[in-house]
Design a protein around this ligand. Sequence first.
Ligand code: NAP
Length: 286
Amino acid sequence: MTAQIIDGNAVAAKVRDGYKARVERLLRQGITPGLAVVMVGDNPASEVYVGNKVRACRKVGLRSEAFRFRADAPQEAVLERIAALNADASIHGVIVQLPLPPGYDMRRLLEAIDRNKDVDGFHLYNVGGLVIGETVFPPCTPYGVQILLEHVGIPTEGQNVVVVGASNIVGKPMALMLLQKEATVAICHVKTRDLAQFTILADILVVAAGKPDLITAPMVKRGAVVIDVGINRLPDGRLVGDVDFEAVKERASWITPVPGGVGPMTVTMLLGNTISAAERAASPRL
Ligand code: NAP
């Protein structure tokens, strides 16, 4: 069996097309959805991600602005900026680009964002919403995975899902979202004994560990759907995921490539959450 490739770029383009009518409706009401990205320090990967977010906003008619702070800026200055963005009616979404340089209190900055503008979905209010299945802003990467599965018509109800990786921004919210979709979910992490005994049971395997070649072909059930969230830069400059793509694609039924799988969906879902935030601001009962 050779897997069908899940083309994240194609799905992302389709989802973004679907945003056009919503943006036009808002523009007719005199509202341009606005995203503010707060960035501290000069992490080169973050620079690339922020650049991608700003460009993606422009392409779908959203306004976006990046607010940059030096790595030694006082935390109070960043908090003041977040407070000003919370109070600015032309800004509908506020995100703090992670990771932060050492010395910053990440939780304090994330909790400072108005929960109605928390389009990354990292505020405790939105995390709580996810736990009880009443999410307002689903975290973008796992949300993107969910939409990829829906787009290619992979049902999750009753399926065995194994999520490798238990971070607050990918693994845990991914598990909660698929549990909400009535999958049976196991979460594995660095202390999991014998990872393969879990992964081999997965009808849907989602891998977000940040370890190249963590998942090899014998660890994958024949016909499984394999979603590779990992992004790793190898010493030779190549970008790879966490899955041995060439070998695993001979066992899986569907697989995401890296790059071109989950990555394009993450930014797309951020645009979607920002549009939702603008719609909610325009009709507070939403
Ligand atoms: P993270 O915060 O470093 O979390 C990694 C998780 O994987 C942790 O829960 C860790 O376990 C677990 N893990 C590490 N090594 C493992 C192993 N050998 N076996 C089992 N579990 C292991 O990373 P993250 O932010 O979740 O990101 C994960 C990967 O996804 C990274 O490569 C990142 O670049 C990528 N990513 C991609 C996108 C995208 O848009 N495609 C978005 C976000 C992240 P412990 O909890 O026990 O430490």
